[in-house]
Design a protein around this ligand. Structure first.
Ligand code: RP5
Length: 162
């Protein structure tokens, strides 16, 4: 396992399930990660300290997970040029539509990539794809995972004969 190449931050302990999904897929791909629980509005100084330490932690991509107003990914992105992937969480208006719009509608100048509501797995996979741009071995592991995924669908009894 390589060192901490993905920094995962959740705005609250209540978001931790999505962080665990991201960390699990990264571990499967041999990518190190660290998970922090830091609210952007309740602990802004701590969040700034963590972002400022990203280089020494060997963080190359950040996954920021939040619900409701979901400002966490944008606040993180405002303090670093590292790629930031936002994961909106369910629980607010229309079960996460509020957080989805808040994250995907980041105003121009400071981008945040957005995955589906609660989709920590896709956030982990996207983070791995970004790191794989400069890591051919990781690119191969990602391709192998895609191949295994396709094979498991081909192996479904419903698809016999295809
Ligand atoms: C956001 O508010 C968090 O990301 C969480 O999704 C939501 C609710 O937080 P808690 O009230 O559970 O701490 O800041």
């Amino acid at each position: 396992m390589s060192s901490n190449r993905v920094g995962i931050v959740v705005g609250s302990r209540s978001d931790i399930a999505a962080a665990e999904k991201a960390a699990a897929v990264l571990e499967e791909l041999g990518v190190g990660s660290e998970t922090r629980v830091i609210s952007a509005h309740r602990a802004p100084d701590l969040l700034a300290r963590w972002i400022a330490s990203a280089d020494e932690r060997e963080i190359g991509v950040v996954i920021a997970i939040a619900g409701l107003a979901a400002h966490l990914p944008g606040v993180v992105a405002s303090q670093t040029t590292l790629p930031v992937i936002g994961v909106p969480m369910a629980g607010g208006v229309s079960d996460g539509l509020d957080a989805l719009l808040a994250i995907v509608q980041m105003p121009k100048g400071v981008p945040v990539a957005t995955v589906g509501v609660g989709n920590g797995e896709n956030a982990g996979l996207l983070a791995a794809s970004i790191l794989a741009v400069s890591d051919p071995a990781l690119r191969e592991r990602l391709a192998a995972r895609r191949g295994a995924q396709a094979q498991s669908i081909a192996d479904d009894p419903a698809n016999e004969g295809l």
